[in-house]
Ligand binder design. Structure first.
Ligand code: NAP
Ligand code: GLV
Length: 307
């Protein structure tokens, strides 16, 4: 059977699109949100659901993560079956819209100018996008789509990744050696990196200091990519003018956390881009169909790399 493992309320939203997509792929294996672990061969896995111990699933052949981020599953020693991460065109579209929207807010100075309602005619003309340097940390499925969308609006985009990349219209840097070049001069930095041992606390005090004074951070990646204390200090000193944060070390962001009250922080509640059941069901069904035919699943996680 295929187990749908997520928060109980998610089943109502996913059942119909999953059944339709599985029918299209000709998959007639039973699908349910619970069942005898010994009968389960495949798991559709949402990391915010209750399942942590995979050891009762003795006949497990593969897991399709329902999220792009796999940090909750990749280090789980009870999960030894192949693990595929979610690459969902609906999620990519959603992330492009969210990132472009938040970059535009800061680029245009919407808070200071367009939203003024105090009767003062203070004019601030934003530079053109071509004069605005944006750096995208992470050039994977989401980062590359966002970088290309920003470049199509004429932003001066630099991207940074682990391996070398060539993307039309975008300057690229890679590895730790390229990070300083990617950050120096970056007026707006967007983080779309996975959380791994190599990326944890990547944006620490030193690297925040490489940014030009008054830079803006937009983080829809993962909270621990940024050292919270270093970010607060950089905000307090004016080194960072604003941080728009969608993801946090602890979620929901605890009451009383300094981010809630800081005037330089915008908190969004991990909504930058959800997996969309209709589009993602097709991805999951096609990937499970491959695995059932004996082919390797797409987007398999490299456990040593952590993503
Ligand atoms: P992805 O396709 O795996 O891309 C990851 C990118 O990060 C790749 O370009 C990779 O480099 C780069 N990278 C990884 N480790 C690195 C390192 N040590 N140094 C430099 N670059 C490194 O992932 P994705 O689908 O774009 O998703 C990215 C992340 O977004 C997810 O892991 C998740 O945390 C987050 N996310 C958040 C939301 C939300 O709603 N807030 C929604 C979806 C995803 P290479 O290309 O060289 O491998
Ligand atoms: C959401 O944060 C995801 O990783 O898909």
């Amino acid at each position: 059977m295929i187990l749908f493992s997520a928060k109980p309320e998610a089943w109502a939203e996913w059942e119909a699109p999953l059944r339709a997509a599985f029918a299209e792929e000709g998959i007639d294996v039973p699908l349910a949100p619970e069942g005898d672990p010994a009968e389960v061969e495949w798991i559709l896995y949402a990391p915010n659901g209750p399942l942590r111990d995979f050891s009762p699933y003795v006949n497990l052949k593969g897991v399709q993560n329902l999220w792009a981020g796999v940090e909750a599953a990749v280090g789980n020693e009870t999960l030894t079956a192949p693990l595929a991460r979610m690459v969902d065109p609906g999620m990519t579209e959603g992330m492009v819209e969210w990132v472009v929207g938040h970059v535009m807010r800061h680029h245009l100075g919407m808070d200071a100018d367009i939203c003024r309602n105090d009767g003062q005619w203070v004019r601030h003309v934003a530079p053109l996008a071509r004069e605005r340097r944006v750096t995208m940390l992470g050039l994977g499925e989401l980062g590359s789509a966002c970088a290309q969308a920003l470049a199509s609006l004429n932003f001066d985009v630099t991207g940074w990744s682990r391996t070398e990349k060539r993307i039309d219209g975008i300057a690229t840097e890679h590895e730790v050696a390229g990070l300083e070049r990617a950050l120096r001069g970056a007026e707006i930095v967007v983080l779309l990196l996975p959380l791994t041992e190599a990326t944890r606390d990547l944006m620490d005090a030193e690297r925040l200091g490489w940014l030009p004074r008054g830079a803006v951070i937009v983080n829809p990646g993962r909270g621990p990519l940024i050292d919270d204390d270093a970010l607060i200090a950089a905000l307090d000193s004016g080194q960072v003018a604003h941080a728009t944060l969608d993801v946090f070390r602890t979620e929901p962001l605890p009451e009383g956390h300094p981010f809630w009250a800081h005037p330089g922080v915008t908190v969004t509640p991990h909504i930058a881009s959800e997996t969309r059941p209709v589009t993602a069901s097709h991805v999951a069904a096609a990937n499970l169909a491959r695995a059932m035919r004996g082919e390797a699943m797409h987007h398999l996680v490299d456990r040593a790399r952590g993503y």
